[in-house]
Design a protein around this ligand. Sequence first.
Ligand SMILES: *Cc1c(COP(=O)(O)O)cnc(C)c1O
Length: 424
Amino acid sequence: MDTLALLGGKKTINHAFKKYNSIGKEEVEAAKKVIESGVLSDFLGSWGDRFYGGENIQLFEKNWKEYFKVKNAITVNSNTSGLIAAVGAIGLEPGDEVILPPWTMSATATAVVIWGGIPVFADIDPRKFTISVESIRKNITKKTKAIIAVDILGQACNLEEIMKIAKENNLYVIEDAAQAPGVKYKDEFIGAVADIGVYSLNYHKHINTGEGGVCVTNNDKLAQRMRLIRNHGEVVVGQNGEQDIVNIIGYNFRMTEVEAAIGIEQLKKLESLIPPRVAVAQRLTEGLSGLKGLLVPEVEKYSEHCYYMYPLVFETKELGLSRAKILEALAAEGIQGIRGGYVNVHLQPMYQKKIAFGKGGFPWSYEHSRKDVSYAKGICPDAERLHEEDFVTVEFCNYEYSMADADLIIQAFKKVWANLDKLK
Ligand SMILES: *Cc1c(COP(=O)(O)O)cnc(C)c1O
């Protein structure tokens, strides 16, 4: 057997993998046209036609809602802004609780805190990494108002069960679909399944506008509330006679005309960007199946997977080696874009110290907030253990791996696995 590169042998992979880039000449042309027109944004923060943005914004939203087969699409300047608009739109009150997983981007939880809400973290499914339905059930209290289901790594959560729990308990469901554009659950695009779905268009997502996001909903009232929050709604409600002004504290979450024009071109490409990535993922799964102590991805029932990242689990106890050591050996073979762990948002200092607004600890210290909400280490044992010990991703969001790259990655894994005892 060949000597591991880490121990002085030859590397398996000797070329740099291609960086992922979804932007082409169509986007350049579209952006140029807008810039030449001189109208880089056409929003007005007062009531009237332009309250809903200019030509490109309105066309992008029309195309988005047609593509995703949903009644309303509301562009915003990021998924973070979209989540803030979504949580505001459902009428969250200070002290209300929102259940969400710890494996997500920090913004999913801060969108709750911004409105004085209390994030409550439910554990993840140890094989699919999506929020655990069982853990959601355990974390429901009288204060629970919503669930944020994060379609982590590129697949849907167990939406069938989550929507059932929501119905039984009268909760809203917001889907953070940042990592899973174009993925279907049963026959519907995710995002449209829940009350509100929020997509990201930041630069490392499948399609991007640099920064950007889109909220989708079939509920016209929630859509209008998100449009108000997007565009200085508190000054607009007096002009258009809006009655329900709870949480209509307007921000400026507007996307520019340039980004919308780029987005129109990017959306056309989404359909063709996903299948090659899925094919590479399937190749990896076939090639890596059967290696002892290595678990390949399991996909949620009824869901597709678009592989924002490709997840693996190293059963480090069984292997008798640390993840770091195995990763070191794989990286030495020349694999790029492979790393261990995922964030656990509940362990961030803001939650550990329960300090957000001011020194007094609002919203946790607020009189209507439940005082025994815990962010202690141990509340999400599977998420914590996987982060610390066993979880690994291949960064499909940063590299455009070819089938030949996949074959080399498989070869490198097999070589390392055949030599594991030499790493001890
Ligand atoms: C990328 C991402 C976000 C944030 O998106 P932005 O558009 O950068 O604000 C939120 N949640 C998840 C799960 C993400 O992957």
